[in-house]
Design a protein around this ligand. Structure first.
Ligand code: AMP
Length: 453
């Protein structure tokens, strides 16, 4: 199937040919005709599935067919959770629309308000914005929604996760009822379904990817390691496996800084993206990474959304994200639009609860490995889809294990018999899944590998 069969106009087909996008992805095949036909849409779309083009192309085509925006008016609004994603969506819209003459503006916080207000004076065919900045601009009368025809909520689940629910409701109350609405979300919680129910009119449902699963082409596995050896292990793997480029996710800004300092000390080109870095600094870091001048980009979850780095082969989770959905988004940074990719998580005993939640969400066990010389002293408790999360007590038990399977030692002949109580065995302590610990301790299956190049 080609883009021509989806009913796209020639200037859009031309740009797709220039970008060497020859075949529509599954979400594009389903969403483009539906949007062109004027339907509301609810799409379960993962990052890397080609979802941006799936709304950008029909949006551009529909707006191109109408009259340009008047002063201080916006014809289509795209809301995104993060600044990075707003910038990226605007860049994509400008690229796809480069043979059309539509006015595309972007507005997000962390940059000065005035230039955005000035730009909006001439109106916008498409405004891409984060919720907070949009309301600031609206409050200053920078624009009005009278001509609004289309609304896109991109990564709606993330918007709710980031606490934009109130802002979202405020914005929705300002919009004309007569409009076309498209809602994209990587994961579907009850809150998203509730939002969709009040927002969409007889929507076409597009489920291009199975619910809450990570991109199928990503090879995902984990390495169990003690917490205090994670940085050392990462540097070892980077060197030993000759990773050309890697995006690393860490839990906190402090962790990002620790890794960056350690890598820079080893003369490895490294950049960071986190909340303490200015917007301009974050975009510059992203551009350097995209241009390949930097080998390692270390980010907190702030950057997990909105990074579009073509053909990124590898994502490493230095720490697991706090919420399981975050894992899906992080992993979605690799294997974009069908390319192969790999996601490796370094997991310590403390992270069993998060790991359990992730494996339950994605519906499969991540294969565990150990790296020679980095075997954990504190074993990671057993986890997996639909398993009860390990209790703190169980984690403490597992944390005390040496990771070496203890042999059952038979008492020598003639030794005094152990004092057994009548009535059989006394149950020993229990592991995270209720397995008996103690003499015959449960130890997770070990799989030690020596990294290859
Ligand atoms: P996203 O829209 O975030 O899912 O990103 C998808 C990535 O795949 C972007 O880098 C797009 O440029 C690229 N892409 C989108 N559609 C196609 C297509 N039909 N063929 C090849 N690459 C595509």
């Amino acid at each position: 199937m080609s883009f021509a069969t989806l009913g796209l106009i020639e200037p859009l087909q031309r740009v797709l040919a220039e970008l060497e996008h020859h075949t529509p992805t599954p979400i594009q095949r389903q969403a483009i005709p539906a949007v062109l036909a004027g339907r509301d849409l609810i799409a379960a779309a993962q990052t890397g599935s080609g979802k941006t083009a799936s709304f950008a192309l029909p949006l551009l085509q529909k707006l191109n067919a109408g009259t340009p925006a008047s002063a201080n008016r916006v014809r289509a609004l795209v809301l995104t959770p993060t600044r990075e994603l707003a910038q990226q969506v605007a860049d994509n819209l400008r690229t796809y629309g480069r043979h059309l003459s539509l006015r595309i503006l972007v507005a997000y916080g962390g940059t000065s308000l005035n230039p955005q207000m000035m730009a909006l004076r001439r109106g916008a065919d498409i405004l891409v914005a984060t919720p907070g900045r949009l309301l600031d601009l609206y409050g200053k009368n920078a624009f009005r929604f009278h001509e609004l025809q289309m609304l896109v909520l991109d990564e709606a689940d993330r918007m709710l996760d980031m606490g934009f629910s109130r802002e979202l409701q405020e914005i929705l109350a300002l919009l004309p009822r007569q409009r076309q609405t498209l809602l994209f979300s990587a994961t579907f919680s009850d809150a998203i379904r509730e939002l969709a129910a009040g927002l969409l009119y007889k929507p076409q449902q597009v489920d291009a990817s199975p619910r809450n699963t990570t991109v199928g082409t990503v090879k995902q596995w984990l390495i169990t390691v003690d917490k205090q050896r994670k940085l050392e292990l990462f540097c070892y793997l980077l060197r030993k496996r000759h990773w050309p480029q890697v995006l690393v996710f860490a839990k906190t800004r402090k962790r990002v800084d620790e890794l960056v300092t350690s890598l820079k000390y080893q003369n490895i080109g490294t950049d960071a993206i986190h909340g303490d870095i200015t917007q301009a600094g974050r975009l510059a870091a992203l551009r350097r990474f995209q241009a390949g001048t930097v080998r390692v980009l270390v980010a907190t979850d702030v950057a997990a959304r909105g990074l579009d780095i073509s053909a990124l082969p590898l994502v490493v989770n230095l720490d697991l994200p706090v919420d399981a959905e975050g894992y899906v988004h992080r992993v979605g940074r690799t294997a974009r639009a069908g390319a192969a990719g790999e996601a490796i998580s370094l997991v310590c005993a403390d992270e069993a609860v998060q790991l359990n939640a992730i494996e339950t969400l994605i519906g499969k066990l991540l294969q565990r490995r150990e790296i020679q010389g980095f075997e954990p002293k504190h074993a990671v408790p057993i986890t997996g889809p639909n398993k009860r999360p390990p209790s703190l007590k169980a984690m403490r038990n597992a944390g005390n294990k040496t990771g070496v399977k203890k042999k059952r030692v038979r008492a020598p002949k003639g030794a005094p018999a152990s004092k057994k109580k009548p009535g059989g065995k006394k149950p020993g302590p229990r592991g995270p899944l209720g397995q008996t610990l103690g003499q015959k301790q449960w130890i997770p299956k070990r799989h030690t590998v020596e990294p290859t190049g």
